[in-house]
Design a protein around this ligand. Structure first.
Ligand code: FMN
Length: 146
């Protein structure tokens, strides 16, 4: 089983903490979509897309990466961190356009100081916390055992 997670984490590195927790306990290649636009994904059995939620969507670099590099009929899992509500639709549309199969979705809160939230010291402070990270690892282990 060869796995990669393509991620973007531009606000407080919340999503980065989650994907690094997964990669710390599993053999997973992490690809930062804000730095890399192209990668041959043909050698991977499982592809993850991970992002903070920005204006209700995955980061545009992750969406662009998926559009450019995701091959047809791949097993895909999705992961997001958010201040409010998880939002998978933007990436799900891209995966669907490539006939990908979404085998799991995980979300947790991520510290959010965007816009007016900054005035009140942010929301979801302290997240992802240790439990969020442990839950993410458990989620991932559940997927690879399927
Ligand atoms: C520009 C911007 C827009 C955001 N929009 C949303 C949103 O629509 N819904 C939400 O729940 N959180 C929103 N957030 C909060 C982020 O999703 C949250 O803090 C996330 O954990 C950031 O992940 P990162 O640190 O990996 O970038 C937004 C944050 C920023 C900076």
């Amino acid at each position: 089983m060869k796995a990669a997670i393509i991620y973007a984490s531009v606000h407080h590195e919340n999503t980065k903490k989650v994907v690094e927790a997964i990669a710390g306990e599993n053999v997973v290649d992490l690809i930062d979509a804000t730095k890399e636009k192209e990668r041959d994904l043909s050698g991977y059995d499982l592809i993850g897309f991970a992002s903070g939620v920005y204006y209700g969507k995955f980061h545009q670099t992750v969406l662009n990466f998926a559009l450019a590099n995701l091959l047809a009929n791949k097993n895909v899992f999705l992961l997001c961190t958010c201040g409010g509500s998880a939002a998978f639709q933007s990436i799900e549309e891209v995966v669907k356009s490539k006939q990908g199969k979404v085998v799991g979705k995980f979300s947790c809160k991520g510290y959010d100081t965007f816009g007016p939230f900054k005035l009140i010291g942010g929301i979801a402070k302290g997240h992802p916390d240790d439990k969020d990270l442990a839950d993410a690892v458990t989620f991932y282990k559940g997927i690879i055992q399927k």
